[in-house]
Ligand binder design. Structure first.
Ligand code: HEC
Ligand code: HEC
Length: 473
């Protein structure tokens, strides 16, 4: 019997296993009871728990292919991918430190930079997370007792030395001051379980950081002229655009089309999506730009500004992607490619991150079951959100009209469509709202939208059942 238990809502998963059992799950969830599913989801759940993947080896061996060197090579690739996902900057410190000089803003004047510096309190306030497991016991005790000040930028520097700030790496000079600063995938695609204090806890890889205010962090830079030059706009406009993003959002298309705002004057940024529950899904991102390795190369090179090659002639379209076409972003070639060799491991790891399972008690199972009958029946949800992927097997794309929304974001992508969200783990990312830009604040808003768009004729009671079903996914 395999069972996933949640530790008092802290979302720490423990996996109790005994070989050969079936997985337990609710009607609305994606639970796969096939033998293959047992082995792979056990491995992935370990992974999701942020625990060592080394035990994945024994799970695979117990369940499938003992002593198969190919399987071992696969595990090594997943582990390598986890390291890349968590710690690799791909050389992007040349941008975040070199061009934006963010390290100087963080250390402050007292430590060789400028301004007041960034205290841990300020860092936590803009949504940065601290990996409690990277903090030595003495330091942790000091934080608890107040001896280690969370108001002092020097403590931020100490945390960076310990590699404890999730997704941010400091590069230090011999004298202990900061030389540069880079970011990783987990900057946006991880959070922590808050088990030590709010914003401080164990890593939850793949969870979107819906507290992270990327725009506010970038706005700390004293010099955004490089971004302005790239986009072909002045620095003040850059600051207006990124400040409008707000928490949990980022605009990956800004560096392609330079469109900072929607026609109605609100931000063009989209929600940071999860990087869990993606195995089996064809196209990725809300507008289906490509596969996981496609998007990983895209984001590492064009967004994080890591040093790597990237190829996509679709970006040569001077009307749709004026900024990318002008900068020849789709033909990026560098002398020292630090991205391409890592794509295989990165992909293996992301596909191994299982979506977290809704904790027992967080929804009413009987009502959710009724909602599930509607999900696959009268409400027609499963025509697009096909279980257990919750997206279509095949080309998982739809026109804006099919889902009853405007085409603004779709038009910023090559296929001009929206991708059916593969929403495993939906319960765990309700903060920030739903749909690519968070336009629907609650599950009920989403259900009401479909009710109207697809003329579903749902009663209020049926809508409530559907909402309970969504909470269980
Ligand atoms: C600055 C924040 C940020 C960083 C850093 C970042 N991403 Fe993302 N990621 C996003 C946003 C925002 C999207 C949604 C883009 C869209 O829908 O147009 C996204 C989309 C994705 C998706 C698609 C998920 C889906 O629903 O199909 C994957 C996979 C992904 N990122 C992986 C990565 C990896 C791997 C890295 C590191 C190489 C990375 N990201 C770095 C913000 C970020
Ligand atoms: C025609 C295909 C289609 C149908 C039918 C459909 N969906 Fe969707 N769904 C989509 C697409 C496409 C998106 C992505 C929209 C976006 O990102 O703007 C989506 C997004 C969602 C989201 C947001 C997930 C997130 O993480 O933001 C939820 C929740 C959802 N759908 C629930 C439902 C429910 C409930 C039904 C049935 C009442 C349903 N869908 C029917 C295609 C469909």
């Amino acid at each position: 019997m395999t069972r996933t238990i949640h530790d008092s809502g802290a979302a720490i998963l423990l996996v109790l296993t005994a070989a050969g059992g079936a997985l337990v799950g609710f009607a609305c969830t994606n639970v796969d009871s096939s033998k293959d599913g047992v082995a792979s989801s056990m491995m992935a759940e370990k992974n999701e728990a942020g625990l060592s993947l080394s035990s994945a080896s024994s799970l695979i061996h117990n369940n499938r292919t003992p002593d198969d060197p190919k399987v071992e090579a696969g595990e090594a690739s997943i582990l390598a991918g986890q390291r890349i996902f968590r710690f690799d900057t791909f050389g992007d410190e040349a941008f975040w430190g070199g061009a934006l000089k963010l390290h100087q803003a963080i250390e402050g004047k007292a430590h060789g930079g400028f301004g007041a510096g960034v205290s841990p309190k300020t860092a936590l306030a803009v949504g940065l997370k601290v990996d409690a497991e990277a903090i030595p016991r003495q330091v942790a005790l000091g934080v608890k007792s107040g001896k280690v000040s969370l108001d002092d930028p020097a403590t931020t520097l100490a945390l960076l030395t310990l590699n404890a700030v999730v997704g941010v790496t400091g590069f230090f000079k011999n004298d202990g001051s900061l030389k540069s600063l880079g970011v990783q995938c987990v900057f946006c695609h991880s959070t922590v379980d808050d088990s030590f204090a709010p914003g401080i806890g164990k890593r939850l890889d793949g969870w979107p950081n819906r507290d992270l205010n990327v725009g506010a962090i970038v706005n700390l830079s004293p010099d955004l002229s490089a971004v302005g030059t790239f986009l072909g706009i002045d620095e003040a406009t850059v600051r207006t655009v990124i400040t409008a993003w707000g928490p949990g959002k980022f605009d990956a298309e800004l560096f392609l089309d330079g469109r900072g705002m929607r026609p109605d004057g609100t931000t063009a940024a989209t929600l940071i999506p999860p990087a869990y529950g993606l195995a089996g899904v064809n196209l990725h991102t809300s507008t289906g730009w490509g596969s996981v390795p496609y998007w990983n190369a895209f984001v590492a090179v064009l967004e994080m500004h890591g040093q790597g090659n990237f190829f996509d002639p679709r970006l040569d379209d001077t009307v749709q992607f004026p900024v990318a076409a002008r900068n020849k972003s789709g033909h990026t070639v560098v002398a020292d490619d630090r991205v391409t060799p890592k794509l295989a491991g990165l992909q293996a790891y992301q596909l191994a991150i299982a979506a977290p399972v809704a904790p027992a008690g967080s929804f009413n199972a009987d009502v959710a079951k009724r909602g599930d009958a509607l999900f696959v029946g009268k409400a027609k949800c499963a025509t697009c959100h096909v279980k257990p992927l919750f997206t279509e097997p095949g080309w998982n794309m739809h026109t804006p009209a099919e889902i009853g929304i405007d085409s603004f974001q779709a038009d910023r992508s090559p296929d001009k469509r929206y991708r059916t969200t593969p929403f495993k783990g939906l319960w765990s990312r309700q903060k920030g709202g739903f749909y690519h830009d968070g336009r629907f604040a609650t599950f009920l808003d989403v259900v009401n939208h479909y009710g109207a768009t697809l003329s579903l004729g749902l009663t209020d009671a049926e809508k409530a059942d559907l909402v309970e079903c969504l909470k269980s996914i």
